[in-house]
Design a protein around this ligand. Structure first.
Ligand SMILES: [Zn+2]
Length: 207
């Protein structure tokens, strides 16, 4: 089985959102083209309670971009984003949800962030995505979405570690790029660990 993972294609990560990624909305069209023909499509949502420890607003005296200790793990502080059931946490309105067989939520525990769609940042708890894919005999996993240098990167690293054959869909990802080179470095690291990098057109031609 060949699966496609739509990572966090949510309003808050798109232009106009609370944690907007430049051109974040540009991933929607290629993601839709792939999803329309893929065997299995699953999606994730960053899905935080309002008291989440990744929000700078919940650490008086600290600002977004600073790093704090959150329950023993270094945590970059972000603006308030993707609060459960808020408009910002909703999928981008252009994303076609028809083909999506299942949605996995991440970042629900206020004490730990979850960049990966498989595990929280402490690898303490699984989201259920790994078992879901294994139960459906998924071998190949194409990953797209937001953001290249955080949730897409850590999702892909965990997918590789779990034994999936991973393809990063380069034109269907965009990065935060706190440092301008972050996304390029993320893709290079994933390629070095065995991920295939392909455009959506290349992937459609050779899944
Ligand atoms: Zn988040």
């Amino acid at each position: 089985m060949n699966a496609l993972l739509l990572t966090d294609i949510q309003n808050d990560f798109c232009p106009g959102g609370a944690l907007a990624v430049a051109e974040g909305d540009r991933v929607v069209a290629p993601a839709n083209r792939l999803a329309a023909v893929w065997e299995l499509v699953v999606a994730t949502q960053d899905w935080h309670p309002a008291n989440h420890g990744s929000f700078a607003a919940n650490h008086p005296g600290h600002r977004p971009g600073e790093i704090v200790d959150l329950d023993g793990i270094d945590q970059i502080l972000w603006p308030v984003h993707c609060v459960q059931d808020s408009p910002g946490a909703a999928f981008h309105p252009g994303l076609d949800l028809g083909p999506v067989a299942a949605v996995f939520h991440k970042g629900t525990d206020p004490l730990v962030d979850s960049y990966s769609a498989f595990f929280d940042n402490g690898h303490r708890r699984a989201t259920g995505l790994g078992d879901y894919l294994r139960d459906r005999r998924v071998r190949k996993l194409a990953i797209c979405g937001l953001a290249t240098d955080y949730c897409v990167k850590y999702t892909a690293l965990d997918a590789l570690a779990l034994g999936f054959a991973v393809t990063l869909v380069t034109d269907a990802c965009r990065g935060v790029d706190l440092r301008p080179e972050d996304s390029a470095q993320a893709l290079a690291e994933l390629a070095a660990k065995g991920a295939r990098l392909a455009t959506s057109a290349e992937l459609l031609a050779r899944p």
